[in-house]
Write a protein that binds this ligand. Sequence first.
Ligand SMILES: Cc1cc2nc3c(=O)[nH]c(=O)nc-3n(C[C@H](O)[C@H](O)[C@H](O)COP(=O)(O)O)c2cc1C
Ligand code: SF4
Length: 480
Amino acid sequence: MALEKIVFKGIDIPGRTEISVYEDGGGYAQWKRVLSEKIEPNELIETVKASGLRGRGGAGFPTGLKWSFVPADSPKPKYMLCNADESEPGTFKDREILEKDPHQLLEGVLLGSYAIGANTAYIYLRGEFVKGWKMVERAIAEAREAGYIGKNVLGSGFDIEVWTHRGAGAYICGEETAMINSLEGKRGEPRLKPPFPAVEGFYKCPTIVNNVETLAAVPKIVENGPEWYGQWGTEKSKGTKLWSVCGHVARPGVYEVPLGYPAQKFFEEDLGGCWNGNKLKAVIPGGSSVFAMTPDEFFACNLDYESIAEHGSMLGSGGMIIFDETACLVEASTVIAHFYAHESCGQCTPCREGCGWVLRMFRDIEAGQPQPGAKDVLLDVMDQIFGATICPLGDSIVMPIKSMMEKFPEEFEYYIREGKSMVTGKTRLAQLAQPDKPENWRRGEPFDYPREQDYKTSFKGLAHDLSRGPEPLFTKFEDE
Ligand SMILES: Cc1cc2nc3c(=O)[nH]c(=O)nc-3n(C[C@H](O)[C@H](O)[C@H](O)COP(=O)(O)O)c2cc1C
Ligand code: SF4
């Protein structure tokens, strides 16, 4: 079958962020049809269920099934929360939709709200997404002006309000229950589940949290039907998926391909292989929180939930990080450990203490002063974090680092034994002390990255940090 874009279909149309252009392309037709034909909310749920759409935020939970968990007869108000927090290193796909096609997302939010009986929807955006937030705000204002949002929408008797909320820079607020706490004005700390948000979420009311990419697919599914959507993908992984690709790759960017697309074809034909014709060393396919894959594992798999799992990793959010032969995986592990240690909310002891412990051990290794038995101690600490925490952030430091240690043991053993990187022949300290680095690079303790570096690591993915390319060290952020 022909390769077709679904979520990104209109993204390159000039002026697409304006409501008139979106409407010219068939935009809001489904919203109008659902309201004018008074389609039963349950019919929408069944359509999305039958399409096989799975959540694109990381867990891959079936979307229609999740919607069906909202108790329709509950007297409490119901809420739709769109998760636009996107802060995981390597993941930068939702940002494209927010900035370039906000109306398609908004139509998905409206249809989803109608399906679950929510009269209020929130779009929770990562605070640094200034442009995306402005685009979504403008889209909401235009849709309100056009009568698609508000009281008694288009005379249907259905009321819906949509609000944006901007986070304050915490990755953990992308976890759905931390997001709900944050929206309620509390600390962004995950809650124990159950109860699940569909039953008891925002202000203890039934709440659905869905990712941007998930909701942006809904208008097309409602327009064309579940069979149409299901013609792409595999039996259990239907439709298309956005992949944000970064690292040592010839053509980084955001790609939409059908689920089940062969990974080797994607890497060689679409991405053009590694940059500079270098050799591939490893791939983290689903954002920094999942297991690293060797080239053999990666090339043997197809890009869908089941096949990636069969070959040793997870699809996650679709944030693909490519490491070529010049990447030192010990140093990559330090960057990853730094991110999770910094972002731990601190509620659970294994995550709060363990992430910092892992980071300190990697810093010692990189300084050429490893603790005795460093490799075994690291593995032991990570085993004590894994599965022992309230939310999966604790697991997220373990999966990439432990898999790299197990799949590339010689790199870690060499660094610990020789006190320098097997790849670069230097310690990280020696590399950081290069004269071309800004003076405040080593402010504080030797490996304490400057604050700006924190943002860059989560903002742009690991690519720049690992590549040590020619870009300026500090990323300047857009002014509001
Ligand atoms: C630490 C952590 C961070 C997360 N960050 C995001 C995020 O930025 N965006 C997102 O959509 N889901 C994120 N998730 C997953 C959400 O908890 C949730 O599963 C998702 O938003 C549900 O939407 P979906 O069913 O459409 O995928 C995160 C999960 C964890 C544990
Ligand atoms: S695992 Fe970490 S981030 Fe998640 S709740 Fe526990 S301490 Fe917080």
